[in-house]
Design a protein around this ligand. Sequence first.
Ligand code: BDP
Length: 697
Amino acid sequence: ENGYDLWLRYKPVSTNLRGQYEKYFKTICFPAATDRLKAGRDELIQGFGGLLGIQPSAGTPAQSSLVVLTLDKIGTLKKFITDAEIQQIGNEGFIIKTISEAGRTRLVLTAKSDLGILYGTFRILQLMQTGKSLSALNITDYPKTMIRILDHWDNPNRTVERGYAGFSIWNWHKLPGYIDPRYVDYARANASIGINGSVLNNVNANIQMLTPAYLEKVKALADAFRPYGIRVYLSVKFDSPIELGHLKTADPLDPEVIKWWNAKTDEIYSYIPDFGGFLVKANSEGQPGPQSYGRSHADGANMLGNALAPHHGIVMWRAFVYDDKVPDDRFKQAYNEFKPLDGKFNANVIIQIKNGPIDFQPREPFHPLLGALPNTSVMLELQLTQEYLGFSTHLVYEAPLFKECLESDTYTHGQNSTVGRIIEGKYNPALLTGMAGVANIGTDINWCGHPFAQANWYAFGRLAWNPHNDAASIADDWLRMTFNNEAAFINPMKREMLHSRENTVNYMTPLGLHHIMGASGHYGPGPWTDNLGRADWTAVYYHKADTAGIGFDRTETGSNALNQYAPQVQRYFGDLKTCPDEYLLWFHHLGWQYSMRSGKTLWEEMVHHYYTGVDSVTKMQQVWKSLSPYVDPTRFKEVEQLMAVQHEEAVRWRNSCVLYFQTFSRKPIPAGYEVPEHDLSYYRNLHFPNIPGQGVN
Ligand code: BDP
């Protein structure tokens, strides 16, 4: 095993359920007149072959013990399906039932669309892979969001911004002539978790992607993905009319510019009739945008929206904007720019908002724009690639991080108006909904660099499908499908996965510290970073440590960023009596002697978290060692080695941060904790050339 098969391994079923499964799949009725149905049937056949070692024969609906038909073809079996169920599943959902009639038991999978059938086939396989009984199924399921998409930050030269799993899987040079089988496996994996879109290129976009030669290549990928229900999208550079079209301006209100985008968009659709649309990073980190021409985000987004509307395409316009010319807390800038534009965006424009206000930190409070744009379509942007979570050497299961955001109560629509409900479009059904994950995929044989990083791709899909799924059951399914169904393996490893994100917060950024990573490539610790192109890229801007204390005061006495939240949230984070320890230094600047809930001083508590973080990695290593009987040798060894690297890096984070902050606290490391091996200058002087995944900052 090398991890290539992801969670679609289809290894032989060894439990006593085997007999039950076989009964259902001896004769199946699954006519496949379209590519999408064929994809579903092929997957089932492959799955039955691997799981059960059987090749089912084809039968009529009456003869078959598994019947897979869209609702319009289901005939007399329709009597088992209620109108309410049909209503509920929408266009992408499905119904799976175990039906007993005249002494016979059969499985029926039905849906309105071929895509619904495809999703249902993957569900049947998942049930078998995770050891579930099929004898009394009554499943009605459908995606709770519309756009479930991976954002690849891949460049045309195959480097990947913040990519830690090798190079881009898109081999632009060999496209369109050569279709790597990997593209199809990519699409299968995505379809298996309900992902229905893929942005192929980096948000820091290269205009090359819009040239005819590249559109041919994009078309080839779109054709490969189509059977799996994956639409392709492109990131576009706002100044393309100048750089590619040789116009004098890219002003979104200029008639020539409008004409250029309309023609370019029509051209794209002449290659790819179901092209999804554009993703745009504008007026952020040096990218051009409408503000460069005195126009607003809405002017820019709507101009592109108008070009796409006749083709039913959409614009995903990013809210990740900040500018060092604005002399204010970076936390506040996105809200300040977008809040006044609520309701001004076209119906096919959706605002893509990161989970937190700064940038995918190990822990962030939810973004204040979430819930603040009731008349605008919004989607959540999560980062699967571990830019700030130890790259692909640290085992960090991100679902608890995603859930923390999704379950945050924004109070913008009364109590319990959680981010998850906002993302589902509960409060304004007319709007588009969605979730984007910045992909962690590359050319590494196991796709994601770390065998456990696959779980983040998997969990993202499951949460985009249903934000109310829970992190533990997703981990459970993933472990069973990716490794085995042994309780003695699943239970301890699931516990480690569920703790892994908090462990990492502890050894990187406890108590609400944020953005204190190394300057070059965001690798390792760099709390001392104080001299970069702009203040809001440094660490000292965020931790504000001095001999009096530490933390970013975002209350009324400080930047008052808290003011952007609903009053209940303001009070919760603003009042030291209620602000959880986890968010303390996000919102408060406190003295080193500040007395924590635990009775420790702030300094002691911080030291405690850093040491606990490292200890928990040691414990995770021990647990993994004890599980060797349950894991194939290749993957066992790989994870073992990566955990050793993680441990070493966790120690470096701990020692660097504790020694650095000690220069301000001027307090000893409390007794009982191991003394750091080196002094601060040693850690400050470490250099790591050729860090993977370099980006714009
Ligand atoms: C940050 C990355 C940078 C990206 C930027 C973005 O450091 O490389 O370009 O986000 O989201 O996380 O645009």
